[in-house]
Design a protein around this ligand. Structure first.
Ligand code: UDP
Length: 402
């Protein structure tokens, strides 16, 4: 596991010293993060890196995973979709299962910490089942700009009990929520297996192992199989590009344990691919493998992120960090990372022709691709590394625990 001092070479001694200094006021404090999965998706990805680094600075930070059954996760997935704007049928049954799962978890989970950080809607109601003796923070990683009104009203009942809500961007701020709202941008860990430098030997080994030939340029989207990530649209973009330049498409998506829709969507995509005449040039992967993600982000000629909604989009950050050109939708957190034409390209999510044109442009201009890549990496170094996320949390914890 990486130690805080190993980040010196990336962010400098001063920054590391500042982190240690800020943590001084938190000595003897014990905080805990709670979310609903240890793998798959951006939240788990950040907690894996963040929690050990919090401990390195000198206070105690823990991490618990809410346990739920398939019914619960199918309901919370609907809530996730509802928060992102889809209409949902909010039945009493759904509300009951949602609350009851949180209640059961609270019966065997002792929370006597100095501060509790709850991630996303799955464990949100748990606050109801404890006597509140400490600050509670709700960290929402989702695009909250147009939630289903009835669902939002229901969830707000729990949120009101929290002391602070963390959102990823100003545009997710809720005017009708009287709770303090803080913006903290997500981040990636540059030293994790997913983002660290890897040698050519490893790259070739992984490409061989997963049967990915490199005789043609590779376009890749790495995302859970989720309708908001629009895997269908990515295939349509690929078909358009392929009319101009021979290339391959890789769709790589792990199955998060709190995402019950993924398998169904994966199977639909499989069928769509089978119907396509050049289906040998589309590679579908559902392996949960960080080095594979690293290899794909590094070796692809273009990374696509054609999301319809995107809370932040760590896959974009990861690709920019590897100096690979990114063509992505102008939605959610993506425009916080990509300045159109400078360090990548932004398109409206339904503009498949636009996506294809930009991809062709990149494939035909290696100098431009290199320039986009260099700027992308620099932007991530300045704004979206885990050390900055740690600094933001230290600031917030000092504030709520003073
Ligand atoms: N991811 C992965 N393997 C996959 C697909 C996704 O490891 O096959 C990771 C991806 O690298 C990123 C995270 O899952 O770290 C996805 O985070 P993002 O913010 O892009 O989207 P979310 O899944 O949270 O909506």
């Amino acid at each position: 596991m990486t130690r805080l001092e190993e980040y010196r070479a990336i962010v400098g001694d001063e920054y590391i010293h500042d982190l240690y200094q800020k943590a001084k006021k938190l000595y003897h404090k014990h905080i805990v993060h709670i979310n609903s999965t240890f793998q798959g998706g951006g939240v788990a990805e950040m907690l894996i890196a963040l929690v050990p680094l919090m401990n390195d600075t000198g206070f105690d930070a823990g991490w618990r995973i809410l346990h739920g059954n398939p019914d619960f996760f199918s309901i919370t997935k609907k809530f996730h979709n509802g928060l992102q704007g889809e209409q949902i049928n909010l039945s009493d049954m759904k509300k009951q299962i949602y609350e009851k799962t949180n209640y059961s978890f609270s019966r065997y989970t002792h929370l006597d910490h100095d501060c509790i950080v709850i991630h996303d809607p799955q464990p949100l109601p748990i606050i109801k089942f404890y006597r509140k003796r400490q600050p509670w923070i709700w960290r929402c990683h989702i695009d909250l700009s147009h939630p289903d009104p009835e669902l939002w009203n229901f969830l707000k009942g729990f949120i009101l009990k929290y002391d602070v809500v963390i959102i990823s961007d100003e545009k997710y701020r809720k005017k009708d929520l009287p709770v303090a709202q803080r913006i903290i941008r997500p981040a990636i860990d540059p030293l994790s297996p997913k983002n660290m430098n890897i040698g050519n030997g490893t790259i070739s080994r992984f490409l061989k192992k997963f049967d990915i030939p490199t005789d043609k340029p590779i376009l890749t989207q790495i995302s859970r199989f989720d309708k908001w990530k629009d895997p269908n649209g990515v295939i349509e973009v690929f078909k358009l590009v392929k009319e101009v330049i021979d290339c391959r498409l890789v769709l790589c998506g792990s199955m998060a344990s709190d995402d019950p829709e993924a398998l169904r969507i994966f199977e639909k995509i499989e069928q769509k691919v089978q119907r396509y005449r050049a289906n040998k040039d589309i590679i579908l992967l559902n392996a949960e493998n960080n080095i594979l993600v690293n290899v794909l982000q590094k070796t692809s000629s273009v990374i696509i992120q054609k999301s319809i909604k995107e809370g932040f989009g760590l896959t974009v950050t990861e690709a920019l960090w590897k100096e690979t050109p990114v063509v992505a939708s102008n939605v959610g957190g993506i425009p916080l990372q990509i300045k159109d034409g400078e360090n990548g390209f932004l398109l409206e999510p339904n503009d498949e022709r636009g996506f294809a044109n930009r991809i062709v442009e990149i494939l035909e201009n290696p100098d431009m691709a290199r320039e986009l890549g260099k700027k992308g990496k620099e932007y991530v170094r300045k704004n979206f590394l885990i050390t900055r996320l740690l600094m933001d949390y230290l600031d917030l914890l000092r504030e709520v625990l003073q």
